[in-house]
Design a protein around this ligand. Sequence first.
Ligand code: SAM
Ligand code: SF4
Ligand code: SF4
Length: 428
Amino acid sequence: MSGPKGHPHQVPDMQGAHPGGGPQEDGGGHPAHIPGGPGSSMGGGHPTNVPGGPGYDPSAKKVWTPRLIAWEMTRSCNLDCVHCRAAARFGPYENELTTEEGKAFLKDVASFAKPIIIMTGGEPMLRDDIWELARYGTDLGLRMVMAPCGFLVTEESAQKMIDSGIMRVSFSIDGLTEESHDNFRRVPGAYASVMQAIESANKVGLDFQVNTTITKHNLHELPELLDLVVSLGAKAYHPFLLVPTGRGANLKDQEISPEDYEKTLSWFYEMREKSPIQFKPTCAPHYYRIFRQGEKEKGIAVSPETHGLDAMSKGCMGGQSFAFVGHRGEVQICGFLDVKCGDIREEPFSKVWDTSKVFKEMRAWDDYNGRCGYCEYRSKCGGCRARAYAFTEDYMDEEPFCTYQPSESAKKARDAKKAKEAAAKDEK
Ligand SMILES: C[S@@+](CC[C@H](N)C(=O)[O-])C[C@H]1O[C@@H](n2cnc3c(N)ncnc32)[C@H](O)[C@@H]1O
Ligand code: SF4
Ligand code: SF4
């Protein structure tokens, strides 16, 4: 299959390349080769004890564990990107979490899980206590990764990252050329700075992944961007699909059409085997539907043994294995769905994780509206709740950028399952 907009794939086959996982996993950035890492855009993952998962026990209750948490350490930023979900400005912003509040948050998380913590922003490196907090998290056994913008990454600061236990960083490259990237990031020199940052990371041996947010302006550059990212020495490449929120809400005309999404995600599926580095479409949940449809057509059963992280990852992990904590302590299912689910200044993160109404709704995908609620792939995809919200203001609605029509029998099966559950509840 050809690349997006008919581009031939130009990635040479490379031997000895890295698979990887990373600051990745969903919704907010992630690193490769993290022991036990879900391997997503700094994130990934699943609830434990899920059908098809390792050691599944049908009689046991599903346990929801955070595998990846993005912490917006500050909203201040030295870039001014057109798509920024946070609509971040240089700042400073008042009333952001203090060092002590940050430590209490990390300690609470470590008391019940050992997720990857993505230190993000804004520009996380604008915080004076960044190394102290990174070290604190590392010492608690949390896997710390960072999503800096690039301007502040020198050999010296990259070495400090390693010294404080940071396992991977993500850099964003949103255009193939200086002009294309700088126009998107709206600061002259942004491209040069990210290239400089990558050089510094390589010099000191700091693992990094590259993220790209895909819009009409760079869709045609994707195959060459993948080549570039490989040549730069990245451990992973995570293309993000635009979520029209924050300043990104003004980019609706830049959003690629559902049909182009389908083509692009099919190209991603093709790249899965050809890319020499981990290639993880992020916040593109129906990629996992396309992946499973493709393997089914080839007659290949998907399991963790044969497909590794791809078999274990779910499209949207928001509220299920991923969460976001904002700069003033607000908890969300992810940074792109601007719906407050709790506040760590009022109650511990662990309590919000277990009790938030929205988090519970995210885990009950049979109750999603429209096609996503009965789709055969709903437990592997789930549709983007933030994109649904951006279009209808109801995060339970169906993913607006998916063209798939699930079968009528899938709808009947879901309805029967819900009726059975309701009857069992009434009996109690
Ligand atoms: C939380 S950000 C990392 C923060 C960092 N300041 C940056 O922009 O690179 C993680 C990724 O999300 C991307 N992103 C931000 N706003 C987005 C949006 N509205 N839709 C899709 N991706 C977005 C960023 O470009 C970045 O690659
Ligand atoms: S209908 Fe919803 S759950 Fe099914 S593939 Fe499309 S986005 Fe995913
Ligand atoms: S709601 Fe959308 S943006 Fe948020 S984690 Fe899910 S797929 Fe990603």
